[in-house]
Structures are given as structure tokens and as C-alpha cells.
Design a protein. Structure first.
Length: 227
């Protein structure tokens, strides 16, 4: 993560929004997770030039971090944009953050919201949380507590850090009618974006693990009590 980004956030936002956006910042992978070998970098570039969105995102991180490619933020943003346009949710979220802060691109809140929206539609929790935060604070766009509540609640459903707290804070500013409308939108969004089979299988596995743990605890208690 470029070290100047937190400072820019603090300078360009309110204190509350700055701290809240730190959660967004650290959740957006802006640099390569590991130093790629020259072969890996060359392969990523080859795939990126062929239009592979994931490879384009990897190449963007290499340029931004200077790991695997010469450090060049402008080229990083160029490949980030290509990846975002080709549907990579991580790239969309990172590009949205940059537009919101005006880092490497002209500051443009409406453009940032556009990219947050695209990532949020792909169930990217950091994007859903960010939209909730932006709509609640009216950061460059009109405040909308109903939209804020919907996106914060969707992020909370995915256990995104701070999302449930944000949702509860938003709820305090809403009328019962607004809460009902926000809940309706959450349900409507869920109907239009059903969980993937992989997610449901994962939830089933987690449920089975928890059930197994519960059975072991019960057996342990019975053993200790001599039952």
C-alpha cells in the first residue's frame, strides 16, 4: 500500500470519514502480495495484453508496488482501469478509491461511486461498505440513508469489519418507513443476486464444523459430569 494514501485521506476528508476509509484502504489490495519472479511478471504481462482481467490486475499491482516491474504509478493505473473495465472486482474497488481520493487520477466522487457500484454488484464487501459510507456522509453525492442502509447491511451480511456498526449508526438517523424501505431493497437485491453454489457449499461446511464442535463440547461436558 502506498504510504502517502492514508495522509491524503486524512487531509481530504472529515476525521470520521478518514478513520472509516482506513478500513476500506487496508481491504483493497493495492500492491502485489509477493514479489513475482521475472518469469511470472513476463507471463502476467503476456496474459494482460491478451485481455485477461486478473492478469491485468496483477500487472497493475506490480507497477504500483515496483515489484516485478519498474515502479510506475501511471502505468499501474492504466492496467488497473483495463482490468476494472473487464470486470475484475478488486481493480474496480481500487480504482473507485483512487477517484474518491484523487490519487493518480482526477478526484471525481461520481466516477468513484460508479466503480464502487460495479464492484458491489459483484458482492465485493469492501465496495458495499464504501457505498454505505458514502451515501451516509453525502461524500460528493446527495445523502441517501435508505441506500446507505442497504449497502451497509449487505456488507454486514458478509461479516465485513465495521459494516454492522455503520448500519446501526445509519439506522439511528432513519424513520421507520425508511428502515422498511431499506430492508425491502436488501431482500430485493438478494433475490436478484443469489448466492453462488460455492458460497452455499462453504456455508454448509462451516455449519457442519460448528455442529461437530457442539457435539464434542456436549460429550466433554457429559464426561466431566460423569453422565
Amino acid at each position: 500500500m502506498p504510504l502517502y494514501l492514508p495522509l491524503l485521506i486524512a487531509l481530504r476528508t472529515s476525521t470520521f470519514l478518514a478513520f472509516a476509509l482506513f478500513a476500506v484502504l487496508f481491504a483493497c489490495p493495492l500492491v502485489a502480495e509477493s514479489i513475482p519472479s521475472p518469469e511470472e511478471a513476463a507471463q502476467a504481462r503476456s496474459q494482460a495484453e491478451q485481455g485477461d482481467a486478473d492478469a491485468q490486475w496483477d500487472l497493475a499491482k506490480m507497477y504500483i508496488s515496483g515489484q516485478g516491474m519498474p515502479q510506475d504509478d501511471s502505468k499501474g493505473v492504466e492496467w488497473m482501469r483495463k482490468s476494472a473495465q473487464n470486470g475484475n472486482a478488486d481493480a474496480q474497488a481500487a480504482l473507485a478509491l483512487r477517484y474518491g481520493m484523487g490519487v493518480g487520477v482526477p478526484q471525481d466522487q461520481s466516477e468513484g461511486v460508479k466503480w464502487w457500484q460495479k464492484a458491489a454488484e459483484q458482492r465485493k464487501p469492501v465496495a458495499q461498505y464504501s457505498l454505505g459510507l458514502i451515501y451516509y456522509n453525502g461524500a460528493g453525492i446527495p445523502k441517501d440513508y435508505v441506500q446507505a442502509y442497504m449497502w451497509a447491511d449487505l456488507a454486514a451480511e458478509q461479516d465485513y469489519p465495521l459494516a454492522s456498526g455503520l448500519r446501526d449508526t445509519i439506522k439511528k438517523s432513519m424513520t421507520p418507513e425508511q428502515i422498511a424501505e431499506g430492508t425491502r431493497l436488501v431482500n430485493e437485491w438478494g433475490d436478484k443476486h443469489p448466492r453462488t453454489i460455492g458460497y452455499r457449499v462453504g456455508q454448509l461446511i462451516v455449519g457442519l464444523i460448528l455442529l461437530g464442535v457442539a457435539v464434542l463440547v456436549i460429550r466433554f461436558i457429559r464426561y466431566m459430569w460423569g453422565d
